[in-house]
Ligand binder design. Sequence first.
Ligand SMILES: [Zn+2]
Length: 245
Amino acid sequence: MLQSLARGALDLFLPRHCAVSGRPLLDDDTGPVAAEVLRQADVAGADYCKRCGAPQGAGVGVIRECLSCQDVRDGFGTKEIVAVGRYAGVLEDMCLALKFGGERNVAKPLAAWLVPLLHERGVAARIDAVTPVPLSALRVLQRGYNQADLIARALKLEKPLVNVLRRTRPTDRQAMLSLAQRKANVDGAFMVRNAALVEGKVFLLVDDVMTTGATFAEAARTLKRAGAKAVYGAIAARAALGSDR
Ligand SMILES: [Zn+2]
């Protein structure tokens, strides 16, 4: 609150700066990221993996499994995952600015890329509700927001946004853990707040970055155990295994 008040006060005197390149923003820049930076982003097109959302090389088309997800035997608890692109370059910088740089508005251009992909791939029409992967209460307190929730809100898909998931406990940072440890770390990490809002519904589960997908899968499976009919995923960036945040 104080931080955002201070930033608002600063904006009165100083020009706002691009969340990625740091150059002062001009009247032509519509969002928090400079136009020439947005143009450099590698956004997914017609070649992608349906299972994990990873973009594929030109001409590969739509595939059901890829090198990034073939080791995840049980999948992610989702029917399909839509990702803006790979966790690299401008997309990586934007995700970092959103998560660690306090740049809340970066959620908007990320969502603006997700929306057409969700429509083109028929996902937007199949879902009943949108829900973000929650953070622990402590993490929300430290950061002031949940970046997944900001992206989910910015989607504006004309479907209800419901925060139905809750963390049951804080989990260790996944980056330090092996694959097996990551799975154990997130086992039972979520619970459903209100089962009546979940039963029989098709959800779009939203997160910023997905790496092993252990957290994402646990959140999706928690929804399904509570009676969700199906879960689709929407993520800003798909990180390769071994480059966890
Ligand atoms: Zn894949």
